[in-house]
Design a binder for this molecule. Structure first.
Ligand SMILES: [Zn+2]
Length: 536
């Protein structure tokens, strides 16, 4: 295979202000060799090259998702899909579970999701005997679509210590046969008896999830992502092993969740930036509050119709502030989950105090999600040089729940990309997948239309252009990880990461952007994902 790749027949959106649009780009030895007119780029190439003709499709710097969970995306991909769309009988579910056991060590949990006995040929719940036949050596948890009932096999019952002598737990039922033996069907709180013993996945499982999840991102046109949090040795070992084998599908920054590990990290002198452009330690992270949907994000004013509910703090605010300041002093970039305006204010206070006590240039501390802010807070974000990581796909799904829980006025500046831009704030796009799908086009459409999936508007004053949305997904996301010298723009010497879309997104009607696709994903000059019917 040739080490040089020529992409031509543009438009190529470079995010390089000196040459925003180009006709052609050449990638060589992993990096950008030349960008410009087709003639100039061809002149720069010496020797053989592979060739991709855009035919008017848009190429951009490789997209970077600034906050998502690649391991969880991969775990979900590896679960068995037992929804009514995909199976019509218990024997089909059994066949899928049997296939899922292949390559997984004995004793590893198999999770399956979404069955509904009403749409199964047998017209009954699957039981332990069905699941034992499919997977005698692996514990199996098969969740019904409602998530309140599950079927498990004998291995799972044994691990949970459930037998004929086990009483039903409070608020739950263990179904039993005519001899009093558990059938494997568990209802409500009885499901928790099994979930409690599933434990954390081991290193092999995590490695497989990194690969499966990373591929899902690559297929969606994403070349890099900021993994929103690891806290266990198995996770770090898994990322390092996959990286050392050269099997990382995309480039990954690891946020370090410091709730329990801050002392160890400081003790070892580990800080943001360790690693290389494939695998690198990113920001230190805490969860300061919860979510708007769960009415747990910490607010300055109470939730609608609940005058005493302000949401929750994950730890006492003074404790979190002290951890943030210590992480800052130890050289970390800090970026904490903060959704409610009280939680975001705590972060701004902490970052300001950290900087006052331990001044450091160009910290770029981040606010993960950064949902509920007012204009005064936006001004503070600008003044402190803080980088918001808005959940740029959230409103597409959650606008009704946001309005229901906090009212329309309080979401005036939620994920306000236009205002952020006007105030000179660098805000990076993110999905928080698997909370929402990995597909960046959902976020791009939502930034451009400010409409949810029903077409209802959420402050369309904050709508931005396709170019601006792509900027949030490329150069801004690179900036959010101090990587803008290598990633997020296409010019000579930058990493050879390119996303090719199925059309020129600037010409697509804004509310049809989600119908488009990533046709090709290129990382370090190599095509890592390609839609089967995409033109080349
Ligand atoms: Zn997250």
């Amino acid at each position: 295979m040739s080490m040089t790749l020529l992409i031509h027949g543009g438009p190529i959106l470079t995010m390089d202000e000196r040459q925003p649009i180009a006709e052609a780009i050449a990638l060589q030895n992993g990096d950008v060799l030349s960008v410009g007119s087709e003639r100039d780029v061809r002149d720069a190439i010496v020797g053989d090259y592979d060739d991709i003709a855009l035919h008017g499709r848009l190429a951009t710097p490789g997209l970077i998702d600034a906050h998502a969970h690649v391991v969880m995306v991969g775990m979900e991909q590896r679960e068995v899909d037992a929804t009514a769309d995909t199976v019509s009988s218990i024997s089909e579910i059994g066949a899928k579970i049997r296939a899922a056991t292949v390559g997984r060590p004995e004793g590893t949990w198999i999770k399956a999701n979404g069955y509904d006995q009403a749409s199964l040929a047998e017209q009954r719940h699957p039981n332990r005997h069905d699941l034992d036949a499919a997977a005698p050596d692996h514990p199996v948890l098969l969740m019904r679509s409602c998530h309140h009932i599950a079927a498990v096999n004998s291995r799972a019952l044994a691990l949970a210590g459930i037998d004929q002598n086990t009483p039903d737990p409070d608020g739950g039922t263990i179904d039993r046969d005519e001899h009093g033996e558990p059938t494997g069907v568990l209802r409500e709180n009885a499901v928790g008896l099994v979930e409690d013993v599933m434990g954390e996945p081991g290193q092999n499982e995590i490695e497989a999830a990194i690969i499966a999840g990373g591929r899902a991102f690559a297929e969606a046109g994403v070349t890099g992502m900021h993994e929103a949090g690891i806290r266990r040795a198995e996770q770090m070992r898994a990322f390092q092993s996959v990286y050392q084998r050269g099997e990382l599908p995309i480039r990954i920054n690891l946020m370090m969740i410091i709730e329990e590990t801050l002392d160890e990290l400081i003790g070892l002198g580990i800080r943001t930036g360790l690693g290389d452009e494939w695998l690198r330690i990113g920001n230190a992270k805490l969860f300061t509050d919860g979510s708007i949907g769960g009415r747990t994000a910490r607010m300055r004013q109470p939730y609608r119709d609940q005058p005493h509910n302000y949401g929750i703090w994950m730890e006492p605010p003074e404790v979190m502030k002290e951890k943030i300041i210590r992480a800052h002093a130890a050289g970390f970039q800090v970026g904490c989950h903060a959704i409610g305006d009280a939680a975001i204010t705590l972060l701004l206070d902490s970052y300001e105090e950290a900087q006052r006590r331990f001044p450091r240039p160009d910290t770029r501390h981040r606010i993960e999600h950064c949902s509920i802010v007012d204009l005064a807070m936006v001004d503070r974000i600008a003044q402190l040089g803080v980088v918001p990581i808005p959940g740029t796909s959230f409103l597409y799904y959650t606008r009704p729940a946001y309005v229901e829980n906090v009212g329309v006025e309080r979401i005036r500046y939620a994920y306000a990309m236009k205002t952020f831009h006007e105030k000179g704030i660098v805000a990076a796009a993110s999905t928080d997948a698997p909370v929402v799908p990995v597909d960046p086009l959902i976020g791009i459409q939502t930034m451009v239309t400010r409409r949810d999936r029903n077409g209802d508007p959420a402050w369309p004053e904050e709508a931005v252009s396709v170019e601006e949305a792509l900027r949030a997904y490329t150069v801004n996301a690179a900036y959010a990880a101090h990587e803008e010298r290598r990633k997020g723009r296409l010019k000579a010497g930058m990493a050879g990461d390119v996303t090719i879309f199925s059309a020129d997104l600037r010409d697509v009607p804004a509310d049809e952007l989600t119908n488009q696709h990533a046709d090709m994903t290129i990382i370090g000059g190599e095509v890592v994902a390609e839609r089967a019917w995409a033109a080349r």
